[in-house]
Design a protein. Structure first.
Length: 126
């Protein structure tokens, strides 16, 4: 419930939600983003794939600075899906994660996949 106050955003802290697939990470993050919109924060949602595609195209067409400002301008930026998978190089990934966690609250969600649970229930009916 404390996260729903969005005090982390006013303190300019990040939130990193980690955990296995299907544990509700995206659902939680999108709920916080919705609260941010309701409280008139400048919010942006982007998948890691789309953001990296934009940034790489900015290198190619010399608009990287403009595209970086686009992603850095919101007060709450939600980057959804496995960012580390797209960075490739383990050294770059480690450096990026190090910078991201420096001023971030880390939430690790443990438990079974909700999608797997629902699939098992659906298949048990047959």
């Amino acid at each position: 419930m404390e996260l729903a106050t969005l005090d982390f955003a006013t303190r300019k802290e990040g939130i990193i939600v980690a955990g296995n697939s299907g544990t509700g990470k995206s659902h939680l993050a999108k709920a916080l983003l919705l609260i941010g919109c309701q409280k008139n924060f400048r919010c942006r949602y982007v998948t890691a794939t789309a953001m990296l595609r934009e940034l790489f195209s900015g290198i190619a067409d010399n608009t990287l600075e403009q595209k970086l400002k686009f992603f850095l301008s919101p007060e709450i930026l939600l980057i959804d899906k496995e960012l580390g998978d797209y960075l490739g190089d383990p050294v770059i990934t480690a450096a990026t994660v190090d910078r991201m966690i420096h001023h971030s609250i880390i939430i690790n969600i443990e438990g079974p996949s909700w999608r797997l649970h629902e699939s098992k229930q659906l298949n048990a009916r047959d």
